[in-house]
Design a binder for this molecule. Structure first.
Ligand code: SF4
Length: 473
């Protein structure tokens, strides 16, 4: 995936395990499989039933952990986190799991998603005397748990979770248990698996494959799972609301070998590519996909259209993070270092270039130019999702529509900006119907807010930048 150069980033991935002597090592492997969900920081907190021990740092999983360091956090349970900083900014203090030591009981939290009422809750807690150590909205949950008037930890946690609004897939670890919760709309994916007697939980099922765990079920919206030495118990902290899983998980974020609610990501993307080929007719010689996330859709487009699929672009897998620079110029150079056209494939050809999304448009413009410089006579860009016109408040770093090319331009203007011979987006209906979810309602269980502007939760005033307010339906 080209997340780091295209400006569309998942916030986090989480992994947890209870009941295995190699808990920290297995969490390391789980986080490795979830690395695509966040590359800025990683952490593990483990417990041996006596205390919680943390190991975390900035950078990739392989940079943060060594076998020697993992030896220091022994125990039979652990939770982990990989992070891309959206809410709260970067800095080691914001790398999760957040660990809170207290004489009344320690706890650690891993959170994927973004709260839309964090500012309100934080203000309320600060007025009651809470002092925050981080700028991460996840810390709000810890303060709410500690300040809850309920007797047991379970009731405190359920009460605190019921006050959160927005997207949250959470793991909470104490010396006695691991708790699992998913927001009432189920905006982010979260699955439970089994590995012998051990329970595992992960943002994506690809993490189960790497540790050898079997999928048991997806966590339901509003569910609260208690995992301890007695097994797993299901409770609720909230009634489920209309299911609204992030559609971009299917289109772009999740790994092709992951399944979300029984739907394989590669197969869903292939169907999106097929549907695109039904929605547009293009005379062309080859179809190519922008690696890695668009390959599946490109194969689908090729199968449906009859235009042969070719490897027209390859990704240089060994470009280090050092090259990722924030400036526009360096962003564009980054594309050149990360992607190369296969000259013999595209030279003298009319090329269909399949991509999964367009955010700012700069990456698409650069890739079209690369293909043309390599001799492509025409480049037709087809996108396996609709135009992204609205900000996301649920953990994806598109927080203002000012940076979104589709919010400010027509499709024809976008085509002109990226220098393509034609530009086609998939329809909203075509996308929803072909992903294959069958939840009740016209949205079939999807969040479509960045495409349609219809947000599945309330959006609180402080969440929305002043100039975005009129866009939020
Ligand atoms: S607004 Fe878009 S990116 Fe954000 S959760 Fe909804 S579908 Fe996903």
């Amino acid at each position: 995936m080209l997340a780091e150069i295209r400006g569309l980033n998942e916030e986090c991935g989480i992994f947890g395990i209870w009941g295995h002597t190699n808990a920290a090592q297995l969490t390391y492997y789980g986080l490795h499989a979830l690395q695509h969900r966040g590359q800025e920081g990683a952490g593990i907190v483990s417990t041996d039933g006596e205390a919680l021990r943390a190991l975390k740092g900035e950078g990739m999983v392989s940079e943060v952990f060594t076998p020697e360091k993992l030896e220091q956090i022994t125990g039979t349970a652990a939770i982990g986190h990989v992070r891309y900083a959206t809410a709260g900014g970067s800095g080691i203090e914001n790398v999760q799991p957040l660990l809170f030591n207290s004489t009344t009981g320690s706890l650690a939290i891993s959170h994927n998603g973004n709260l839309v009422n964090a500012t309100q809750l934080k203000g309320h807690l600060e007025r009651q005397g809470s002092i925050f150590q981080t700028t991460s909205d996840t810390e709000v949950l810890a303060h709410l748990i500690k300040r809850s008037g309920y007797e047991s930890f379970e009731e405190k946690a359920k009460n605190a979770l019921s006050l959160l609004k927005g997207a949250f897939a959470c793991l909470i670890l104490t010396e006695e248990a691991m708790f699992v919760a998913l927001d009432p709309n189920g905006l982010r994916p979260l699955s439970v698996g089994k590995m012998g007697d051990a329970w595992v939980v992960a943002s994506e099922t690809c993490a189960f494959d790497i540790v050898g765990a079997e999928l048991v079920h997806s966590v339901e919206p509003g569910e609260f799972l208690i995992v301890n030495d007695d097994g797993m118990r299901k409770e609720r902290f909230a009634y489920p609301e209309e299911r609204s899983i992030c559609t971009m998980e299917y289109v772009y974020f999740s790994r092709p070998d992951s399944d979300i609610d029984g739907i394989n990501i590669h197969s869903a993307r292939k169907r999106l590519g097929k549907q695109l080929a039904k929605e547009v007719h293009i005379e062309a010689d080859v179809v190519t996909g922008v690696p890695d996330s668009s390959i599946s859709a490109a194969i689908g487009f090729s199968e449906q259209s009859g235009i042969p699929y070719e490897l027209g672009l390859i990704k240089n897998r060994y470009v280090g993070r050092t090259f990722i620079q924030p400036s526009q110029e360096m962003r564009e150079r980054g594309v050149k270092m990360k992607l190369s056209p296969v000259r013999q494939v595209v030279k003298g050809k009319r090329v269909v270039m399949v991509d999964d999304s367009i955010v700012r448009g700069t990456t698409s413009r650069r890739i079209v130019a690369l293909l043309k410089e390599a001799g492509a006579t025409e480049v037709h860009v087809v996108i396996s999702s609709p135009p992204i016109k609205n900000p996301c408040f649920y953990g994806i770093d598109i927080s203002t529509s000012g940076e979104l090319i589709a919010a400010n331009n027509t499709v024809e203007e976008m085509r002109e900006i990226i220098g393509a011979d034609s530009l086609t987006f998939l329809s909203v209906d075509g996308m929803v119907q072909n992903i294959g979810r069958t939840d009740p309602g016209s949205k079939c269980g999807h969040c479509l807010a960045c495409f349609t502007g219809e947000y599945p939760t309330n959006i609180y005033p402080d969440t929305v930048l002043p100039h975005e307010k009129e866009k939020v339906k």
